[in-house]
Design a protein around this ligand. Sequence first.
Ligand code: C2E
Ligand code: CA
Ligand code: CA
Length: 852
Amino acid sequence: MTEPTHKKQFSLRTAVMLPFIAVLLVTLSIVFYTQNNSYEKLVGDVSEKVLASYTQNTHADLNIFLNAPNFAVKSMVNQIQRYQMYHPNDTKQLQQFLKDSLEGIYTGLEQMDVLSFGGEKKEYIGFRREPNASLSLMLQDKRTNDDLIIYRGSEMSDNIRTVIANYDPRSRPWYKPAATTFKPSWSKIYTNADEKKEITISTMHPVFYDEDFIGVFAADVKLDSFNKFLSQETKHTKGVIYLIDDQQRLIAHSSVGSVLSIGTQNSPVGSRLFAVESCDETIQQSATYIKNNQLINNKNNDAEVFSFYYKGERYFSQITPYIDGNNLNWYIVISISESDLLGHLQEEQRRGLFFGIVLAAIGLIVGVYLVTQVTKPIFTTANAARNIASGNWNNNVEAQGSIYETTLLMNAFNDMTNKLQSSFDAMRQQITFDSLTQVLSRQGLIEQCRIMLDKKEHYEQGLLVIGINNFRDINDSFGILEGDQLLKNISDRLQCSFAHDNIAIARVGGDEFALFFSKLDDVEQLKQYARDMEGCFMTPFRVASNNSLLSISTGLVYGDLSCDSMTLWLRNASIALGQAKKNNLNMSLYTPEMAEASLHKANMTAELSLAIKNKELVPFYQPIIDIKSGKTIGAEALIRWLSPQRGMVSPLDFIPLAEENGMIIPMGSQVLTQACLDTVERIDQGLWPADFHMHVNLSVCQLTQNNFLDELKAVLHNTSMAPENLTLEITESRLVNHDNSTINTMQKIRDLGVQIAIDDFGTGYSSLAYIHKLPFDVLKVDRSFIKDLTAENIDSSIAAAVCNMTQGFDITLVAEGIETQEQAKLLASLNYHHAQGFLYSRPIPLEDWPTE
Ligand code: C2E
Ligand code: CA
Ligand code: CA
């Protein structure tokens, strides 16, 4: 079976689905990419704008938040100076002024917690706002005996909260810088000296009467108020806002909790936290980023935008310096998470993408399902076709699916398969059975015997091939119809006698039957079967209303078929059958030598036919001697095969074969022509006498040819050979079945003037009795009668008998195979005329023939 090709193969489904999936993936990734890109751009834009606007708002609000107390202080100091409200050691007027201010125009200025005045004479007057918006008076002058007393309420009373002794306002952080620089400014962040110990920052202003410095006026802004303020900022905006100083300590933040660490027993007020220590994680993370990237104290004092990831969320941040003319150097930091910034946009976008992917997946599954529906029947059909190609016929496919074209395809395929199968079956029937006799055909036997071999148990097998002798004659005499009827009768008898599972009956040739036995124990069993089979032919067959007995020959093969093929066995049986016919035997068991001989014969035949074409067959010549004079009176042409492969081959090795297959005819004619040419040439050259006798051997096959006489005449004519110079030798033994036409031809040859010699006389059936019937001129007595000739046995020898018998005939007696001088003498004494033998010369090529 041929595989489609060696190129890479895709299944139909892949071929359809692959581009589909590729387009889907590309689309998805493009959508994902553009969406992501535009989202990023959006986030960048929005975050920048939002952060900038937050910062701006915060900046502005912070300005207001801080400037308001600033202005308030400035305006109050103005009034104090103008109306000279302060009198050393008497703060009564100031007290009223401050109280009125806080309860009056500055009620709304909530971030302003405390208003204080510290005089050069160590006196102090201040008001503090309490959480319930009431005021607490804080006073130190001669009325309080120079102690700082903090009252409950805004008037001096017995209701005292705290008394702080030895309080010196002049050493406080809200006093000292103004007393040294004489300029208004913001204080450092410090802890209040009262019992609340709050962290605060003050805006302070020096107070002068004309040119004289008399004290410092200050307003406190509690950092707590900052926190409140910042958390109000983020109410609408989300995210965190915090303020840090250049130490990166927290000043305030929008989240809950303190900007101080938890106090200890020794110092109940904790220290200020660094931003990175904040309990708000967002602040902590952004402060860490700021710290690591040294975003504080950068030279250009610009706003810096940055973002960081924390717990899988992105935070957009901005740090902006906040610088106040009154020496504040702070930073506003804003951090806002992506989800706060854009709400659910990202989530929605992800959800959209997710739905897109889910939709694509569903589309893909549906696509695969549909493609499978379409391709499955095609695939099934293709598979079935492939199975059929490899010889498996049971492959009807079930029409599946609801697609018109594929159902059509599968139905058509089934029809085709069924039709193919039935014609295939019919063909097999024709091939495996003989249509005339209904037994197995030759091919059928070859296939059947394989099935019959028992794989489990070991048995030997046997084959009989039965040839009907002279069946052709029956066909010729009674007609083909009678012949066919006879063959049917024979097969009926065989089927009757050999109906068994272990026996197969076949007709393997026109007039040949075969019996195959699959389970045999020994060769004797096969021979017994052969004899049984012969029994079938013992009773006559009815042919053309006659009873006729048939003669058969049988070739037997025995052995283990599993090591051979039936084809070989049939050939071997045929060789054995041929052997039986040749040797006139009833049966012959095949032996390997038979095959060798037949193989050798086949090779020889092929080579010999080439040899004739290539003129490799040449005559050697052996002289014939006149016994009395010892002179050469003639020669015998003896054929030699000068084969390039085999060297010189003796005629004994190929003449019988050539006679069998008819090659002797062209071969003989070649020798005859050559011998005539050589004789004429030699006589013309004067090397041989004019009456030289050239003997040429003639096979009976040549003699019985229809046109032999014409051919002989043509050769004589073409070579200008005188008929008197030619003697044709015919072997006596081959003339046994002589009929009149042969004898006629022999006579006609003699009539031409050519002589006839009877060769090898004495070896054949022919008795001396009928020798007189043959027309001949020369009698050549066979070498076997000369061989053992001695002086003692000469009188009783056949050589002598032949001599006596032919005494009265006008014939020439030739003795063959003379090897010794003694034999020559004895034959001379018997009055033999001519002699031939190694004593005189072996057969030699013409070139070696002596010229003298
Ligand atoms: P043949 O016609 O009887 O030839 C004589 C054979 O005896 C020759 O063998 C020859 O070499 C051999 N011979 C001759 N003198 C002696 C001897 O003193 N001692 C012994 N042992 N043998 C001797 P060769 O040449 O092998 O021929 C064998 C046979 O082949 C011939 O027997 C003949 O029947 C046949 N033959 C040879 N050439 C032809 C031919 O051209 N045509 C035909 N049809 N048959 C031929
Ligand atoms: Ca001869
Ligand atoms: Ca001879």
